[in-house]
Design a protein around this ligand. Sequence first.
Ligand code: HEC
Ligand code: HEC
Length: 205
Amino acid sequence: MRAIFTILCLLVSSSVFAQSAAHERLKVMQANPASLQAAIAAGKKASFFCANCHGEGGVAKTSDVPNLAGQHPTYLLEQIRKFGSGERIDAFMQGLIKVLSDDERAQIALYYSSVGVPPSVGDLALATRGKVLFERMCVRCHGADARGNALYPRLAGQQQPYLQKSITHYRDGTGVRNNPLMKIATAQLKNDDIVALSHYLTQLP
Ligand code: HEC
Ligand code: HEC
């Protein structure tokens, strides 16, 4: 079982890195501090339109829209790629993403990853239950602090309704969010487990 799991992880992670030209641009921009700072400044400018929904500095204006602040740049690029290819469904995002160049994608991802995200308030009793579930079922990928890395997104401080909606889509196989690891990880969750998990994650720093 563990061997199969490891192979699955490797397959998914290699596909994350192989794909987009924007990933290559990201690496070039990250290569030295001066090019990184220039990319972050360009990304801030290029994201002016995104701020209508994702907020100034990447903290969402409404809670069914995700925060982009503090998110890992590789994950952001991978989701932009998925919107572009139709592997992730959101009518507005799919249309919008097509107009961004590879450079703009990489710059925007670097900008959002450079700003911090403040934790939100969660229901305390639900969060306590969510913590137990998270530590049992999710930490091995998302990490004890849920701050993510190049392979797994940051969940700490994410908007509660957005978390609830996303986890439910993976579990139910609606086609909106597709990922084999998340499909397996969420298969056993009941609706109230998902509510508890999302209240736990939203209040993490
Ligand atoms: C009209 C509102 C709106 C605008 C403008 C907008 N977005 Fe989004 N964005 C959304 C919504 C809603 C979602 C969540 C879709 C879902 O439920 O899966 C989303 C999701 C995302 C995600 C996935 C985040 C995650 O945690 O998985 C990224 C990345 C993203 N948007 C980038 C951008 C960028 C870059 C721009 C500007 C070029 C932008 N968005 C403009 C509404 C918007
Ligand atoms: C085997 C590794 C693995 C495990 C275990 C796992 N995840 Fe994930 N998770 C991922 C990957 C990979 C992604 C990115 C998937 C994609 O591209 O849509 C992800 C994405 C997510 C997202 C979407 C974040 C966003 O910004 O849209 C949420 C929410 C999430 N996971 C919650 C959980 C919860 C809650 C658990 C435990 C019940 C869990 N995950 C267990 C690997 C894992």
